[in-house]
Design a protein around this ligand. Structure first.
Ligand SMILES: C[S@@+](CC[C@H](N)C(=O)[O-])C[C@H]1O[C@@H](n2cnc3c(N)ncnc32)[C@H](O)[C@@H]1O
Length: 376
């Protein structure tokens, strides 16, 4: 094995690519530590060592030495392996994956991880072609909580709501009214509009939003994505599950719950960029049209971002008291020049068209702290 790597190193130009690849895996390991996955931190550390030593990891990742950093190669390999675990094709590894009921012992998992790479080399290499794509249900706390705040001050809070999402992934957040939300500082019962739900965001909010309306009547759920995922198909569900880090069991639990909800409540998803999608959107009399999005804006080219904002502004000029429009975003932004990015809930409602910053949350959306984050 070491001879293979020496061969790679001997071919000069590839040396830099290989050491960059190893660096990127180590960076991903550090990111996993910071973002709360010690399990992946350890496995990725082992993988980086293995690639450096010319082990099976080097063969799995061969040909990807020059992949760009944002392609997240390390997460692609982890998702491909996770898929094998979740489908029962790697039982020895599953014994250590918390997502499959395993013991979470990353040190013990490494041997089985290496064997899985060896036994399923073709499947893992094929999996490297798919970028990791998630649909984070926790962000419903920010989006739906934001909508509740908007309705609390709306002229006509009872208008039926059309939910329209750009960059919806599998459209799970379009089901936000079907989830339950527990406020950390509130009474024991979570707030919900449905009788029974498979998703309880707990805690969803630090405090309940003020002035929650009695009911929100969602009459339409529609979204777009460049790569929409069918949450109702086995393959779509597996794609989403395999991209969640296996020791983040709370995220897995709410994702599994939302997948169950999705089987009962279809959403309409189209394969389109946000710019084209919004061009086709019209307001409807007697309805409140809500265009929302979370953690997708940064992936949209600047020209398309501007096109979407212009389109929303144009739709806003067509709004009336009983044909309203809200643009609701949960996206990272700097609140002062040079400041750090913060994940902010922002809403603009027409008629009017003035933006309000409603709250702030961690990247996965829970728990939301309500109030203008600039005031803190
Ligand atoms: C990080 S994911 C977030 C998905 C979902 N909004 C969530 O919060 O769980 C970003 C999503 O944006 C989609 N996307 C990126 N650029 C887009 C564009 N120009 N138009 C529509 N969707 C886009 C990606 O395909 C991906 O599903």
């Amino acid at each position: 094995m070491a001879a293979q790597r020496d061969d790679v190193l001997a071919r000069g130009g590839e040396t830099e690519g290989l050491s960059r690849q190893i660096d990127l895996i180590r960076q991903q390991a550090a990111a996993c530590r910071e973002l709360g996955s010690p399990f992946y931190e350890a496995l990725l550390g082992d993988l980086a060592d293995d690639v450096a030593a010319g082990g099976v990891g080097a063969r799995v990742l061969a040909g990807h030495e020059d992949d760009a950093g944002p392609s997240a190669l390390a997460l692609r390999v982890m998702a491909a392996v996770h898929r094998l675990v979740l489908t029962g094709r790697a039982p020895a590894l599953a014994a250590h994956y918390p997502s499959a009921g395993g013991d979470g012992n990353a040190a013990a998992a490494w041997t089985a991880f290496r064997e899985t790479l060896e036994d399923h080399m073709d499947a893992v290499r094929a999996g490297l072609a798919s970028p990791p794509q998630t649909n984070e249900v926790g962000r419903s706390a920010a989006l739906f909580g934001g909508l509740l705040q908007v309705l609390a001050t709306a002229g006509q809070p009872d208008l039926p709501v059309r939910l329209v999402e750009i960059g919806a992934s599998a459209g799970l957040n379009l089901l936000a009214d079907q989830f339950a939300y527990r406020a950390a500082a509130a009474e024991a019962e979570p707030w919900h509009m449905t009788e029974a739900t498979d998703v309880v965001l707990d805690p969803a909010w630090e405090t309940r939003p003020h002035g929650i309306p009695e009911a929100v009547r969602v009459v339409e759920r529609r979204g777009c994505d460049l790569s929409p995922i069918d949450a109702r198909s086995e393959d779509g569900a597996l794609s989403l599950l395999s991209c969640v880090w296996p020791d983040q069991t709370h995220r897995l639990e709410r994702l599994r719950g939302a997948l169950a909800v999705a089987r009962e409540h279809p959403v309409e998803l189209v394969r389109a960029g946000g710019g084209d999608f919004l061009d086709d959107l019209q307001l409807r009399d007697g309805h409140h049209t809500v265009v929302w999005h979370s953690v997708m804006w940064q992936y949209v080219p600047a020209a398309e971002q501007q096109r979407m904002l212009d389109r929303l502004e144009a739709l806003g000029t067509q709004s009336t008291a009983d044909r309203t429009l809200t643009h609701l975003a949960f996206e990272p932004r700097r609140l002062e020049p040079g400041g750090r990015h913060r994940f902010v809930v922002a809403a603009t409602t027409w008629p009017g068209g003035e933006e309000r910053l409603l709250g702030e949350a961690p990247p996965h959306g829970v728990p939301v702290r309500w109030g203008d984050p600039r005031a803190r």
